[in-house]
Design a protein around this ligand. Structure first.
Ligand code: CA
Length: 258
């Protein structure tokens, strides 16, 4: 009489183990192609690579900047400081401009991409975390599972998606990057990047970056992965984090695709 329940129980234990293994193996991993120095004082909130130039937005009140960074040496080649009342956040390029978010001030700064001259400001609702664009709209994260598509000229909301993995919302989406028709988003306090379908918000897969920067090189609990830039011309993917001393070019190693 005990034999059948034991077998049933064993079957469910086995199936649960298999399901866990599938989830664990479902994430892609990475290979480091290049490792570059990165300013360990930079509280990275936005990273963009366009036309051979690496731009970075750094946060915190009183210390926020927009910078042009020498990729190979990690040195700041050009910089403008953001007024001290603002906490700068996500950054993207749009035409000959750069657009930089602020965390809770509902203000975006529009700069000339070459001179860093401030051209104008734009207002938007809610918080600003990450920013990227798909060639038609800006795409903004705000710490929730929602991504908003905005008119680049006015910040008016055009549509939004809720990012879900197996039906569950993925909250605290942070830095964003448009990569080959998908939205890449790192999640606050996690060493993972979600690959998101822009039409539906469905998570297509995860890139597990655990171990990329060793724990002993992280200066504090907020020194987390935050910064994705894509060099579309040469198909190079760059990642870094807040206060990280390194910026990495990585290659995604596919373990399994959904
Ligand atoms: Ca980015």
């Amino acid at each position: 009489m005990m034999r059948f329940p034991f077998l049933v129980r064993s079957f469910f234990v086995l199936m649960a183990s298999l399901a866990a293994a599938v989830v664990a193996c479902g994430a892609d991993s990475y290979r480091v192609v290049n490792s570059y120095p990165h300013d360990p004082q930079a509280f990275t909130q936005g990273l963009v690579y366009v036309d051979g130039r690496l731009y970075e937005s750094t946060g915190r009140e009183g210390r926020s900047t927009l910078r042009l960074v020498d990729l190979e040496r990690g040195r700041v080649r050009q910089e403008t400081t953001v007024p001290s009342q603002y906490f700068a956040e996500g950054l993207t390029n749009w035409g000959s401009t750069l657009i930089q978010l602020t965390w809770q001030s509902h203000v975006a700064f529009v700069y000339d991409r070459f001179s860093f001259r401030l051209l104008r400001t734009m207002k938007y609702a809610g918080e600003g975390w990450g920013l990227t664009q798909d060639g038609r709209s800006l795409i903004l994260s705000d710490g929730t599972a929602k991504l908003r598509f905005l008119d680049p000229a006015t910040m008016r909301e055009l549509r939004s998606i809720t990012v879900k993995d197996h039906g569950r919302p993925v909250n605290e989406l942070n830095e964003l990057e448009w990569v080959k028709g998908e939205i890449y988003a790192n999640v606050w306090h996690r060493d993972r990047i979600a690959r998101i379908a822009p039409a539906t918000g469905r998570v297509l897969g995860w890139i597990d970056l655990a171990g990329l920067l060793p724990e002993n090189e992280r200066s504090n609990r907020e020194a987390v992965l935050n910064g994705i830039a894509y060099d579309a011309a040469h198909d190079r993917l760059f990642v870094t984090g807040k206060l990280w001393p390194r910026l990495f070019e990585i290659e995604v190693v596919a373990k399994g695709r959904k």
